[in-house]
Write a protein that binds this ligand. Structure first.
Ligand code: ADE
Length: 273
């Protein structure tokens, strides 16, 4: 974790775990929503902590907006509630058109909820796979430009994402991409792509920079590596990075020179087609 302030005078990210009482961080960085303002419409997915629903949020004096609602299922223990709300404390500190926007939280009644802006086209990886070949290069690069802008903002705030991938990016009806899935170590527990390394860490190998895999040196530079993988995912309409090569082959290949790497990929593709 970076301990230097990237731009003195510019607001920087505060890790909710540095609060003695993480509930204090929730109070500080999020707004409590009065539950009658929320109308849940349907279930759209399942998260680690409970269902994800779509619905509407009313704000007095404002137009009703579409929202996604993450719920914490009943029977949770205190550390699960804390981990669940950690994501909201992080998201609530950000304000950028390419970062998913937190509308607020419900913590004073059950179920506990996190309410964010609704992204009509869902996650970027499945969206691209469903629309293979349908966009111009300008549109694809436009999506990438948005993600780059969001990641630049996170880097300026001193926040390291650690799990940037097309599956953790959401797309709205205007094709605007927004970075999502915050929560530090927890996001890796939740990510089906994350595998255990020889050092015991859980890491999405294909998206992670070699130095972060080898000795957990996560930084904005390792986020930039992941961004490079996302560029490849977007331009290939959601193909799997390194295709079906094993995680072990991917790691071995990353230590090759670029020329050997090219030969390796060439031989792999010859065998494949
Ligand atoms: N799935 C998870 N979060 C979402 C969001 N904000 N909008 C639409 N689908 C989602």
């Amino acid at each position: 974790m970076s301990s230097t302030v990237p731009f003195p005078g510019v607001k920087t990210y505060v890790d909710p775990d540095t609060y003695e009482d993480p509930t204090q961080a929730v109070h500080e960085f999020t707004k409590e929503i009065d539950p009658p303002r929320i109308r849940i419409e349907r279930v759209i997915g399942a998260g680690e902590f409970g269902e994800v629903c779509s619905g509407r949020l009313r704000t007095p004096g404002k137009k009703e907006i579409a929202v996604a609602i993450k719920t914490l299922k009943g029977g949770y223990v205190e550390h699960q509630r804390r981990d669940f709300l950690r994501e909201a404390s992080i998201m609530g500190q950000f304000d950028h058109p390419n970062i998913i926007r937190l509308e607020g939280v419900v913590t004073k009644s059950r179920p506990v909820m996190i309410v964010v802006e609704y992204m009509e086209n869902g996650s970027l990886d499945s969206f691209l796979r469903q629309h293979d070949g349908h966009f111009t290069v300008i549109q694809l690069v436009g999506m990438l430009r948005g993600i780059a802008s969001g990641m630049k903002y996170l880097s300026d705030m001193g926040y390291i994402h650690r799990d940037l991938a097309a599956r953790n990016t959401l797309v709205n009806s205007n094709l605007v991409c927004k970075v999502s899935d915050f929560g530090l170590s927890r996001v890796l527990e939740d990510d089906p792509e994350a595998a255990y390394t020889t050092t015991g860490g859980k890491i999405p190998i294909r998206w992670t920079a070699p130095e972060a895999i080898a000795y957990r040196k996560f930084s904005s530079a390792s986020d930039a590596w992941s961004y490079g993988i996302v560029m490849w995912e977007v331009m290939s309409y959601g193909e799997r990075p390194y295709w079906e090569m094993s995680n072990q082959d991917v790691s071995i290949m990353q230590n090759f020179s670029w020329m050997t790497k090219n030969m390796y990929i060439y031989l792999f593709l010859l065998k494949r087609f």
